[in-house]
Design a protein. Structure first.
Length: 227
């Protein structure tokens, strides 16, 4: 689903790259931006009207939840006002994640929604101030594209597949660089930065559709049949 994954599979299993075809993931049609009054209503329901960063994904160590929680603490200590909404099931609720949350100085401003899907996820994602998705490892990173479709700025990681998916439409941070993540959170609070990222994200999202995925898969099938 990404050039990174293709290279990873080729190296790990000693398979020729010529035997591996790239088929990017797409994004559901139910991801789209909300109107201002709808965003206001969702924020009232979830955070009492306060803008918020959002993370989307199953909660496990490779997602770097502890790193993002540490960056959020520094963001708030530096004068940032946004809250932090974490969407996803507690797949691997490790001691490190539990301790980072329980001992967080702004714990009351961290909201766990559990797993959300479809229109429910779209409402919360489209109402966020920015997607915070600085994982240690991703094979693709679908929430990046979902945020682009929702016209939400993205902060993501310099590692694995994420730069490939995000292109120039996101702020990239090393997942182990807490200060860089914090700085990015302050950056997306600036209107001019937000506008630039949203415009680039809208354009970038057109590269990742299920129609294109189907075409790439069909090319793979027809090439294989010809062989």
């Amino acid at each position: 689903v990404s050039e990174y994954s293709k290279d990873d599979i080729s190296t790990l299993y000693e398979v020729s790259p010529s035997k591996i075809d790239l088929v990017y993931n797409g994004c559901g049609d139910f991801f789209f931006p909300l109107k201002a009054e709808e965003i206001k209503a969702v924020r009232e329901e979830i955070t009492g009207g306060i803008p918020f960063f959002i993370f989307v994904g199953a909660l496990n160590p490779r997602k770097n939840i502890t790193g993002m929680l540490a960056a959020f603490a520094k963001y708030r200590e530096g004068g940032g006002q946004n809250k932090f909404v974490i969407v996803g099931e507690k797949m691997f609720w490790s001691d490190d994640i539990a301790n980072a949350y329980e001992n967080h100085p702004f714990r009351e401003d961290i909201i766990f929604t559990g797993r959300l899907e479809g229109s429910g996820l779209n409402k919360v994602l489209s109402s966020s101030a920015a997607l915070l998705f600085v994982s240690n490892f991703e094979g693709f990173g679908i929430p990046i594209v979902e945020a682009f479709k929702c016209e939400v700025p993205v902060i993501t990681s310099t590692t694995t597949s994420m730069p490939e998916v995000a292109g120039d439409a996101a702020i990239l941070c090393a997942p182990n660089d807490t200060q860089a993540i914090t700085n990015a959170m302050h950056e997306v609070d600036k209107p001019e930065v937000r506008a630039d990222l949203i415009a680039k994200g809208k354009l970038r999202s057109t590269l990742f559709t299920w129609e294109r995925s189907a075409e790439m898969m069909w090319d793979c099938i027809t090439k294989t049949m010809a062989q």
